[in-house]
Design a protein around this ligand. Structure first.
Ligand SMILES: [Zn+2]
Length: 332
């Protein structure tokens, strides 16, 4: 098993959900399956792994945290605890296949090696393909005592409804701005914390990723290219060829953020909710020349592409298509 533990700690905004699960555990009310969900960049994986560790820990940590020193914690750190299973796609962005589910649900009938809990983390659970989902559902319908399934997803809507209904939802929410800012400042990255959090829709871990001067510069350059495509000064095909070398998810999220801000700036003079407050001027200027309906249609397409991430065959064509349709919204 890959190394899955760097630290046994949760993030400040995890505390309410952590407390409620720990209380449930103490009172013997832990369900057989959890669905840990919430937007990307909130540390859902870390929460899931730390909770699994707290169930498996045989020492006495503070505030129900794993102790980090007992035999169980040491096995977790070494990445070979026999009662923790991690199910992920073979390659990032690909689906989780039925064999992977069969492997853990087959072993699951065995008693936990250390007589305690057995925990199976499935991540991202929205990557389960149809056959794998059906196989998992059978296990969820006939739960085994002291076996916990932990599904992690940023897009729980992609899971089968029957699977969702058999899991207790744990919603990890975007933290209050002050808490997020404090945490981000403590990490010591570059950039203005408020701007970074705006760009990350408030998700601190995404904001931290963005706290990289090169990435901030890349975003600025790409926004310039985006605007010049819309104005007809650069060829969408050339720009798509440049953009497709970047991480597609990030490119799509940036494009969606620019379109959302253009739409906001077109409909209201209130600008406190902008995702790109530092780029207000250029987004406002270009927005005046674009028509509403077309922008909404392209935004839908961007969301669809985000939902299909991992399945795209030709990212350059996808980006070209989006840029060409954006260009078609231009009317001066
Ligand atoms: Zn321990």
């Amino acid at each position: 098993m890959e190394k899955v533990y760097d630290s046994f700690s949760i993030l400040p905004w995890h505390h309410p959900q952590w407390q409620s699960l720990q209380t449930g555990h103490t009172e013997g009310r832990l369900p057989h399956a959890l669905l840990i969900n919430g937007p990307a960049g909130l540390g859902k994986s870390r929460f899931a792994r730390c909770f699994a560790a707290s169930l498996l820990c045989t020492g006495s940590g503070e505030a129900d945290m794993p102790c980090g020193n007992c035999k169980s914690c040491l096995l977790l750190k070494a990445g070979n605890h026999p009662d923790l299973f991690l199910v992920t796609p073979e390659e990032p962005g690909k689906g989780i296949r039925i064999d992977a589910i069969r492997e853990v649900t087959g072993r699951e009938v065995l008693t936990a090696q250390y007589g305690g809990y057995k925990v199976i983390i499935i991540e991202p659970a929205d990557a389960l393909n149809m056959a794998a989902s059906n196989s998992l559902l059978k296990t969820l319908e006939e739960p085994v005592s002291r076996t916990l399934m932990v599904l992690v997803s940023s897009i729980p809507g992609k899971l089968q409804a029957t699977i969702r209904s058999r899991c207790q939802r744990v919603d990890i929410r975007v933290p209050e701005r002050a808490q997020a800012r404090d945490w981000l400042e403590a990490q010591g990255g570059a950039g203005d914390p408020d701007l970074l959090l705006d760009l990350a829709s408030g998700a601190p871990l995404l904001a931290l990723e963005l706290a990289d001067p090169e990435l901030l510069q890349l975003r600025k350059t790409m926004l310039g290219e985006f605007v010049s495509v819309l104005e007809g000064k650069q060829n969408p095909v050339d720009i798509a060829a440049r953009w497709h070398k970047q991480e597609l998810k990030r490119v799509l999220i940036w494009i969606s953020g620019w379109i959302i801000d253009i739409l906001r700036l077109k409909s209201t003079s209130e600008t406190s909710t902008l995702l790109n407050p530092d780029q207000r001027r250029s987004l406002q200027a270009i927005g005046n020349t674009l028509e509403f309906n077309g922008l909404y249609e392209v935004l839908d397409e961007v969301y669809e592409a985000i939902g299909n991430l991992g399945g795209q065959l030709n990212t350059q064509m996808l980006l070209e298509g989006l840029l060409l349709r954006l260009r078609a919204c231009y009317s001066d």
